[in-house]
Design a binder for this molecule. Sequence first.
Ligand SMILES: N[C@@H](Cc1ccc(O)cc1)C(=O)O
Length: 578
Amino acid sequence: MPPTLIITGATGGDPPSTKALAPNRLNIYDFVKPENNKQFSLYILALERIMDKGQDEVESFFAVGGIHGLPYKAWNGSGEEVKGSKESVPWRGYCSHGTVLFPTFHRPYVFLFEQLLQAEAKAIAEEYPLELREAYKKAAMELRQPFWDWARVNQSVPPPEVIELEEVKIVGTDGKETTRKNPLRRYKFNPVDPSFPGNYRWPTTVRRPTRDGQDNVTGLTQILNRNSNATRTKTFHMLMYAKDWLSMSNHTPNPGRPATVSSLESIHDSIHDYVGGEGHMGNPIVAGFDPIFMLHHANVDRILSLWSALHPGLWVTPGDSERGTWTIPADSKVDENTDLTPFWNSSTGYWKSTAVTKAHDAGYTYPEFNDVDMNNTDEVRTVITDTVETLYGSKALNVTSNFPAEARTVSNNPEMWNWTVRVQVKQYALEGSSFSVLLFLRTVEDSYPEEEDWYEEPNYYIGSVDAFVNSLSERCANCTEHRDAMIEGFVHLNECIAARAQFASFDPSEVEPYLKENLVWRLQKANGEIVEPADVESLEVTVLATRLQLPWGARMPIPEEEAVYFDDITRGRAGGTK
Ligand SMILES: N[C@@H](Cc1ccc(O)cc1)C(=O)O
């Protein structure tokens, strides 16, 4: 069936600077400032209207959110034609997870949403009083989906306009200040779709819900704060040191080419679980209905742009489709030419990864790129390296500051050890529940607090690797066949070691015995239940380190290719190295 909607992304609008190639997706912290009031007002009104559309309309908030999972219905004429050939395989949605297509699949997903927002905003702008209209029309042309930079210092918790305020102040179409119910806070289902399982039948989306189904803003703030350092260091390591598409793109371990940093998907999975808990964001079947989803994915997309600026020439390499999707058969090959269904780019075809290599071709860019010549790959790389270092860098890595000052100016190749925990576990280890592998590092002198207090103890908890799990996987034949699929993620230790122990260096002679004694782990289900590592056979927590070198003239430390595995640190313990 031909599509009713062709996905173009937002179009037009004046770029913010002479070098910028398109209008900006703004940081949500800037987006809510008074100076961006016109765009904020238009965004709120546009979101309201998209949310008000009938849930079976192609352009409704519900239908677009539903691309990610339930109601497991075809969207915009995509996929029905293959139904006949797949009769035995129940529908399982379109979203690509655990494969090389994870980053590029979500790219047109966000610009579809952005296109719908802009279309509404343009219509809304026409309703403003004459004397304001031109300014609102310009703002609508420049309107893009804002991003939530969960990796940035002091921004790991989104602003109150996203997580807290029940009402927001905007300028209404009559030109006067008005108060609106905040559509960024939640989506109200109309109605709750019959396909939703019993534990997702709340009337609205909820974040880290309490037992009675209320948003738990305090809990959300706490968990995001607690993980803020870990998220930042993971993001920094991924940006700098994920050297190929396969390891950058997705959370499936690759034994042939072991990774030493988290994938973009793994970092993304954690954010889903932190925000959702047992609520919508914590389960791929319903995550797309929370209005925070697009703020999150705009940032995933931005991190992809930053990574590609640091690693020019790298893009989608061929991989396995793993469980597949409704439109992509399981265990098939996918590559840069695989159709990113259901995102039509013409009435006969789909966006492909090859067509989404440059954000600005789809009508948007990020503030970090505003003052660079985008055609000069070297300049882009240099500027973005500095940006990444400033935003997420040395403080988090605690590396450059640990090199002796003179070592940074002489060519004597100083080296230091960069310590990392690798976590591997079966994605479905706890059936259909999302879960976290929590890591703790005890302080040397402290007497240890009671086990149940570990997570609350700020000098103890160091980060998590999280499984973002489809609770309906038993309804999906492909998923059942892929029950054993593993996921992998990494938590970096140097900052935590430095904060807890006074060693002269990160040399294994000091660090190895310390970690052996003090690194501990537990699992926790989305509902808060603690699970003993001994009960999860697939869990494997391993410590590795890479030696970083800072050759003369290098901007950033360079890790040695080969990681060194310190298997003895965790071997012999439940969930340790096997
Ligand atoms: N490819 C990046 C941005 C980029 C543009 C130009 C470069 O030289 C490098 C990177 C994107 O995803 O949008």
